[in-house]
Design a binder for this molecule. Structure first.
Ligand code: GUN
Ligand code: FE
Length: 428
């Protein structure tokens, strides 16, 4: 048993940010056994049979928050982070992204890059991620084992794509695509990891013909798997999909009629959705991965998250590396606020996201999108203990830097002029 005592911050269904001070949180094995007022500590010791040696007191400068969830990230693209953001999506994929992913046919590349990706994400507070690897079976298997060993919670998808992609980076046949995907699913289930699950990953409708989408939906059903893809990210993508699937009513309809929409489906972006498409996402309980850095960096568009939330659609945050150039969900949180405010400036509707709401998207919202909110997302007894300990006590050098970059009147406690203290906010 381990017990933390101090300040905890999390979201609940009703309140986007709840701050619990003087609180005790007890952990047994992987799970939260209790979260109670610290004044009950003596009784808790008796009830749960622990002693003072199990208690860790957070300092005044520390707090705990739930681990963050990245609902959409391409692990194989991280080496391009911050590079090559000068083309729109479809040209960007062709010129930069497919060549980068193709390198993972060499297992050595995977062994070199993937450990850095997982460590980078964990260091940035991402305790759960929904990953795209590449279309390579062996590298994807290696990645699944690695994420398990590093101790991160994850959905891991071997990418499927077989048309409208270069010959050097393309699945050979429908049969091979489905066989490799099933092999990958079985491999991950055989690992029997409590942390890792496979996710069916048709890249997007442009690269996956109808029979492939249907075949993948069948596999998802057979193994009760999660599903992830990209939806309505850019206008040119939507136009091309309408040409490729002339029978479809919309892009959402392409995934819908092939059997890919359900409560375990994550759709990234959803920037340019018609009203009927949003209604369908809600009906099917599909989750949306909002990727604001990527949407702005690739000039894809501004996603109106408020509209999604008002429809009752599940929304989480995604970094979408390397369309987005930051691997941090904190960055995604800040970008989500920026985009929401930008839309508000256009519409003047005062419906922009608040900071607590963005915090919820990064934690509980993300947990809902990956359909794990019964296990993670906030601090409730019975849930897994996925948490970050934050300490804002800096070295003196860092304090000075942070003050010069981010400080303001809240940090200027006293002002003296000619020996007279003209401002004094000490102890206010
Ligand atoms: N659509 C299809 N593939 C991709 C990808 O790798 N990144 C982004 N942002 N969009 C995509
Ligand atoms: Fe993406």
């Amino acid at each position: 048993m381990k017990v933390f005592v101090g300040t905890f911050v999390h979201s609940t269904a009703n309140t986007p940010m709840v701050i619990l001070t003087d609180t005790a949180l007890g952990i047994v094995n992987t799970k939260i056994a209790f979260i109670e007022a610290a004044e009950k500590l003596e009784q808790l010791k008796i009830d749960y049979g622990f002693t003072d040696s199990c208690i860790i007191y957070l300092t005044q400068s520390q707090f705990m928050m739930p681990g963050m969830v990245d609902t959409h990230i391409h692990a194989s693209q991280l080496s391009n982070n911050g590079l090559k953001l000068d083309l729109p999506l479809l040209e960007w994929l062709e010129s930069y992204t497919f060549p980068t992913e193709a390198m993972f046919s060499d297992l050595k590349v995977a062994q070199d890059i993937y450990p850095k990706v997982v460590e980078r994400l964990l260091r940035n507070g991402t305790t759960t991620a929904s990953y795209y690897s590449t279309l390579h079976l062996e590298a994807s298997k290696f990645f699944a084992g690695l994420v398990h060993t590093k101790g991160q919670r994850a959905l891991i998808g071997k990418v499927n794509m077989m048309v409208n992609c270069p010959a050097y980076y393309c699945e050979d046949s429908l049969e091979e695509s489905l066989k490799d995907t099933e092999d990958f699913i079985q491999y991950v289930y055989n690992m029997q990891s409590p942390l890792i699950q496979p996710i069916i990953t048709p890249r997007f409708a442009i690269t996956c013909p109808t029979d492939q989408l249907k075949g993948l939906a069948k596999l998802a059903k057979k193994y009760s798997c999660h599903i992830q893809s990209h939806l309505c990210e850019t206008k040119s993508e939507i136009e091309w999909i309408q040409e490729l699937f002339p029978w479809s009513k919309s892009c959402t309809d392409v995934y819908d009629s092939t059997g890919l929409l359900g409560e375990k489906t994550i759709m990234a972006h959803c920037v340019w959705m018609k009203g009927t498409e949003l209604e369908r996402l809600k009906e099917c309980n599909v989750g949306v991965a909002h990727c604001p850095n990527s949407n702005t960096s690739l000039c894809s568009g501004l996603c109106d998250v408020r509209k999604l939330l008002q429809q009752g659609i599940k929304v989480g945050l995604g970094t979408d590396c390397s369309g987005g150039y930051s691997p941090s969900i904190l960055d995604s949180l800040r970008r989500a606020l920026d985009v929401s405010r930008t839309l508000n400036m256009q519409h003047q509707d005062n419906h922009f996201l608040t900071l607590p709401e963005a915090f919820r998207l990064a934690t509980l919202g993300g947990a809902q999108v990956v359909q794990m909110d019964d296990q993670i997302g906030n601090f409730m007894a019975g849930k897994e203990f996925d948490a970050l300990l934050i300490d804002l006590e800096d070295t003196i050098e860092d304090k000075i830097q942070k003050f010069l970059y981010n400080g303001d009147d809240r940090n200027i406690i006293q002002v003296h002029v000619a020996g007279r203290c003209v401002i004094n906010q000490q102890n206010h």
